[in-house]
Design a protein around this ligand. Structure first.
Ligand code: AG3
Length: 291
């Protein structure tokens, strides 16, 4: 194998962010995307799909904790959870830390991502693969959701960015199918990109969610390997507003769940919904609080 010393993230036109590869574990083209796995000093083991960093063993906890624990603790009684995407399976591991979850279905399109992640990223997913509640299916999520008749309390869309295979996961049709699968009181959270660099995509995703759901909001995380500032997570539900749960209730649920986390806390959860104006103004008008 030809060993490049640097592997670049090329997600945003006009920007290249390069990472030294101390070791390249995989460099291949799967049926759906270009895949690179490398070891880097500060970030540890990194998974890159189509030139966009997906996860790193050093900072994955930030994204996975906030994507899993914010909706699960806000819901309070989630038993059945669905993940769409999430092929590295680090999110599944985080969801399964909740003993109250009795089943986790995950639909990932790319079997090669799963196989390579299972082999090389066991640090972040071994517990998921060892868990009998984990039901991983290889299928096109957008298609599978149309045909599914099960319902869920929480749906998490852990997708790549809205280019290539993930484009159908950012459409109104897909969100409407997600809504069909949600039980009353259910909530969906979606990966919504880095608003500073992907403002158009973020705005479009929030607009499409608003066309389908009664309640739409967004919350922010700062994850160093997602270049460009905050990464946004979109929140949508017909009943569950992010501010409906008090800090005290979140604290009680967090303590009861016995979680040990390094980014998520009930206070971080609350604070994450505070949006700076440059991001707030990308949200559909109906969701903008009155000044
Ligand atoms: N999925 C979302 C990564 C998105 C990164 N986007 C970006 N940097 N603009 C990651 C999969 C983790 N399970």
């Amino acid at each position: 194998m030809n060993k490049p010393e640097w592997i670049a993230e090329t997600l945003t036109p006009g920007v290249r962010v390069a990472y030294q590869a101390d070791r390249v574990l995989a460099q291949t083209r799967t049926e759906y995307q270009r895949l690179e796995l490398l070891d880097n000093g500060p970030f540890g083991r990194m998974l890159v799909l189509d030139g966009a960093i997906q996860t790193t063993t050093r900072d994955e906890f930030i994204y996975h904790e906030m994507l899993a624990h914010a909706p699960l603790l806000a819901h309070g009684k989630a038993e059945d959870v669905l993940i769409v995407g999430g092929g590295d399976c680090g999110l599944a591991e985080e969801v399964l830390r909740h003993k109250s979850v009795r089943s986790l279905v995950q639909i990932e399109i790319d079997s090669q991502v799963v196989a390579l992640a299972r082999e090389h990223l066991s640090e972040i997913n071994a517990a998921a693969f060892a868990d009998p509640r984990f039901d991983l299916r290889i299928a096109d999520g957008a298609q599978a959701l149309k045909e599914m008749d099960r319902s869920f309390d929480v749906v998490l869309v852990d997708s790549t960015d809205p280019v290539g295979a993930a484009v159908p996961l950012f459409t109104r049709e897909f969100y409407a199918n997600v809504r069909q699968r949600l039980r009353p009181g259910g909530v969906v959270v979606v990966q919504a990109g880095v608003p500073f660099l992907q403002g158009r995509e973020f705005k479009s995703a929030m607009g499409e969610l608003t066309a389908v759901f009664q309640i739409v909001d967004a919350y922010l995380i700062a994850s160093p390997s997602y270049f460009g500032g905050h990464l946004a997570l979109g929140w949508a539900s017909d009943q569950l507003a992010p501010d409906a749960v008090s800090l005290e209730d979140l604290r009680a649920r967090y303590d009861a769940a016995g979680l040990s986390t390094r980014y998520y806390t009930p206070e971080m959860h609350k604070a994450a919904f505070v949006l700076p104006p440059f991001i707030r103004e990308l949200m559909p008008a109906a969701t903008t609080p009155q000044a």
